[in-house]
Design a protein around this ligand. Sequence first.
Ligand code: C2E
Ligand code: CA
Ligand code: CA
Length: 470
Amino acid sequence: MDSMDRDRRMEDAFPPAESAERLLRVSYFDALTGAYNRTLFTSILEETVNRSRQRDEGFVLLDVDIDRFRMMNEAFGQHFGDAVLREVVARIARWLAPQEVQARIGSDEFAILLPRTTPGPALEWRLSCLLRELALPLPGDDTGLSLSVSIGIASFPNDGATASELLHHAGAALGRAKQQAQHRFVHYAPIEAERSRNRLLLESRLRRAIENGVFQVRFQPQVNLATGHLHGAEALARWTDTDLGVVSPDVFIRLAEETGLARDIDEQVLGTVVEHATRWQAMGIPPFPIGVNLSALHFTDDRLENLMAGLLDRHGLNPAWLMLELTETALLADAERTRTVMDSLCALGVRFSLDDFGTGYSSLSHLHQFPISEIKIDRSFVSRIPGSEPHLRIIRAVINLAHDLAKTVVAEGVESTDQIAVLNAMGCGTGQGYAFDHAIPVDGFEKRWLPRLPPQTVKGQHHAPSVVVI
Ligand code: C2E
Ligand code: CA
Ligand code: CA
């Protein structure tokens, strides 16, 4: 039979449209459960890696495996096993949020992709809900079996830079989860030897980077949600190593905190910010708050206070240019000492902002205990609005309470016009996020954002830039 004959016979058996759909089904979907198969999942995963890299976003990959599946199959027959697989897919489907996908990638193994998700308490809570959901009795089953699964977790960008690396690492974490009796989900951690080798290499590079002062500082605008004018900015550290390439701040800041080097980085960032602010002040631009992130390590002695007093004095800088950002975890590491350091810095005229609010203890009582002028609502809340009613309620409550206490509120991670509208309607004064701009080099920030300062603030200044209202 030549190939034309064969094609004709195929067409007789399946009319073209139907055969195309069949082909699609067979190629991309799992016949038993209807879930995506490994081929389709891998291509979605590759796309997600590219998109997340462009958008500077993280995501999480889960590798889920049913415990004792082979035993169940042998004891109760293949029909039972098939029903279990279909039920698992249905339960995972109910648990997934829009944009999240699952696939069957092995006989009793499933992969789940959670875009725009990072490891942390929110993820752990969601996973415990999934485990609970999967453990519910199977419908119509009288075996009394309770299903359990093990989950391996790999996250982008920290646990891998490519789809295959992430799948491999989620699989390795799953292997470890299977060996443990209690922790049903396990995060990927490279094997210890490799881990400590990488860490040592990174640490020595980081030390050299600090010695040579090679960190760059980028500025991300904070925008008045009602007027579109520039309210302030956040300074964010960037590090590109000659051999390792761009290292994410989440990686190098965490390492710097663990090795006691974070203060040196923060001080370099602070120095750069003071330099630019002094220049802007000399141009006649009235002060706008520039957020500088501080690690908890600063609050052990007087080093920061001395540095700050020296910098302000030497440059004659108005302290209103500075808004020091710190998290609740940093506040509470040594509350008494922290309070003392904060008080003396406040006496110099600089202000404090409570960063990532909502991710830690989220205790509004901290607002009374510490001299805080501003609250930054964490991106994980902002990203859930306007869709999620509970998140809307929480954000509204935080805004109202903050206003009662005369604090300003900045919403972090604002990415859409819908979010801008909802936050503005709730009375949130300021937003920061990709809807406005990424963290950009200082020259771009000057060109694009200084002209958007509110008009009245630059009145009567000699060298004030022209004002464009957006
Ligand atoms: P952070 O203080 O919460 O900074 C905000 C992070 O969110 C930044 O990530 C920023 O680029 C990102 N971001 C801003 N808008 C959006 C948005 O609309 N969508 C999304 N998906 N992300 C957005 P980045 O620059 O990677 O910094 C990560 C963290 O590293 C910072 O989180 C901060 O905790 C730490 N960090 C950065 N620079 C410094 C520093 O100089 N000192 C210290 N101690 N920590 C720093
Ligand atoms: Ca911050
Ligand atoms: Ca933050």
